[in-house]
Design a protein around this ligand. Structure first.
Ligand code: AMP
Ligand code: MN
Ligand code: MN
Ligand code: MN
Length: 275
């Protein structure tokens, strides 16, 4: 069975509609796909309809934005119930916060000589409730301020650069209680991206486990293959299951296409043993 447990649609910052994402996953050999849009679950219904047509198993997912010790973390929820009121209400609150953040980001870009970024980003956001930095990055490419979206994130939108606005996302405890309360499995997404240092990383993993976290992404488009083994070891040491996902956003964006997820290193306990 081929698993891809992290992907995005136009309901957050992906480039394909949920149905088209499912079709691409099927064509690329995926058997079990999780749609994990940022702070949003409204794509799941269309994805399920397509999955039923194509005979793919779709896992209800979400990727929740969290602020922990001044670091933005992403927690993926797998097998969630999107109708669980605390989860649905919590995600709605995060989306409201995004609207305010987007306005302030545009003001900051305007002060740096880049006007009209809010309208520009909104044109890329198919879901008006979910404006993300990716939409701003696409506008910066369109207006010639960056060669591609990776360059946009090197020169803008990140701490210390124009267009970055610190933001209060969910608390780690909230994200985990929403996921666990809905019957889901909490997965620490792309841990290698946070650049925490040893002590802080240890603290995060301990806290994550204490709050009911179950798995960690070992294989992800955000990890270099050389990092897979280290995260497999961390998973084992903390009694965490291992997850794997491309974090696909769209053709030509990011590092891995949907379904091109290498196998977990040996010795990992796969998170799908819980499905
Ligand atoms: P947001 O949730 O609005 O802060 O946007 C975060 C999204 O921006 C991530 O999920 C990625 O899709 C994208 N992103 C963040 N950093 C980078 C980067 N360095 N290069 C490319 N995309 C990035
Ligand atoms: Mn994204
Ligand atoms: Mn992420
Ligand atoms: Mn993601």
């Amino acid at each position: 069975m081929r698993y891809d447990l992290h992907s995005h649609s136009t309901c957050s910052d992906g480039l394909l509609a949920p149905g088209d994402l499912v079709e691409r996953a099927v064509r690329r050999g995926v058997d079990v796909l999780a749609l994990t849009d940022h702070d949003e679950t409204r794509g799941l219904q269309e994805a399920h309809e397509a999955a039923a047509r194509w005979g793919l198993r779709l896992i209800n997912g979400v990727e929740i934005s969290v602020l922990w010790e001044e670091v933005t973390l992403h927690i993926v929820g797998l097998n969630i119930d999107p109708a669980h009121p605390p989860l649905a209400e919590g995600l709605a609150g995060l989306r409201t916060g995004r609207a305010r953040r987007a306005m302030r980001m545009a003001e900051d870009l305007s002060a740096a000589g880049i006007p009209d970024a809010l309208d520009g980003a909104r044109r890329y956001a198919k879901n008006p409730d979910l404006v993300s930095r990716s939409h701003f990055a696409r506008y910066l490419v369109e207006t010639g301020h960056a060669r591609d979206t990776n360059a946009a994130f090197r020169h803008y939108l990140t701490p210390g650069k124009p267009g970055f606005v610190p933001h209060q996302w969910a608390l780690l405890a909230e994200a985990l209680s929403w996921i666990n309360g809905s019957g889901g499995i909490a997965v620490l997404a792309h841990p290698g991206r946070y650049d925490l240092g040893e002590a802080k990383c240890e603290r995060l993993l301990n806290e994550f486990v204490a709050l009911g976290g179950v798995a960690v992404e070992v294989v992800t488009g955000s990890h270099a293959p050389s990092e897979f083994a280290a995260w497999a070891r961390h998973a084992r040491r903390f009694g965490l299951l291992a997850s794997a996902g491309s974090d696909f956003h769209g053709p030509g964006e990011g590092y891995r296409d949907i379904g091109s997820v290498p196998a977990l290193p040996s010795g990992c306990d796969p998170v799908w043993s819980r499905f």
